[in-house]
Design a protein around this ligand. Structure first.
Ligand SMILES: Cc1cc2nc3c(=O)[nH]c(=O)nc-3n(C[C@H](O)[C@H](O)[C@H](O)COP(=O)(O)O)c2cc1C
Length: 176
């Protein structure tokens, strides 16, 4: 069974991207061992800090994952700072970090109609810079995400079906 690490770029309790993660994990069921990272627990990136346990835990989660699934909103046409901060922590040493050759899958979310496509392009560029292996497929985007969350439950079956079909293809490529 592959081990998937889900990483959201939103910290808020009512986050639609976190609701998407919960819906995906629910549908994946026993097909993968799914873990959710907590980028909000990490300190701001500081190269002088070498012994932070939350940083070590996050790097360990990335290292142990067969695949990393990002589900992030777009903030100001790019990725949220909290997500970039988490990625930066796990990105050293350059070109030889836990992201080297790490299979990654990108889903973006937005409250508007664009589904975060600009953040999606930025995130894939960042992953490319770390020599990660980003799964190539049609862009998986979640537009108008807040309108499809009720009481914390994401309800758009068309979006979930499309995301799950591509995630299944991604999981089929993973060594576990
Ligand atoms: C600081 C900030 C910047 C945002 N910038 C964008 C943006 O550039 N494009 C967009 O489509 N939505 C933008 N939004 C709206 C988010 O897509 C929307 O708030 C979304 O619900 C956030 O994801 P979440 O529900 O997981 O927290 C922005 C929201 C915030 C708080």
């Amino acid at each position: 069974m592959p081990r998937l690490l889900f990483v959201s770029g939103s910290l808020r309790a009512a986050s639609s991207s976190r609701a998407v993660i919960r819906a995906l994990i629910d549908r994946i069921g026993t097909r993968a061992d799914c873990i959710i990272a907590d980028p909000g627990a990490l300190p701001h990136y500081n190269a002088d800090v070498q012994d932070d346990p939350t940083v070590a835990a996050f790097i360990g989660e990335v290292e142990q994952a067969d695949g990393v699934v990002f589900v992030t909103p777009e903030y100001n046409y790019s990725v949220p700072g909290v997500l970039k901060n988490a990625i930066d922590w796990a990105s050293r040493p350059a070109y030889a970090s836990v992201f080297l050759d790490k299979p990654c899958f990108v889903i973006t979310v937005s409250g508007g109609v664009m589904g975060g496509v600009r953040a999606q392009a930025h995130l894939k560029y960042i992953l490319n810079g770390m020599l990660a292996q980003t799964f190539a497929c049609k862009e998986v985007v979640v537009p108008q995400s807040n309108a499809t969350v009720t009481d914390g439950v994401f309800k758009n079956d068309d979006v979930l079906d499309f995301a799950l079909a591509n995630l299944a293809d991604f999981m089929a490529t993973l060594d576990s």
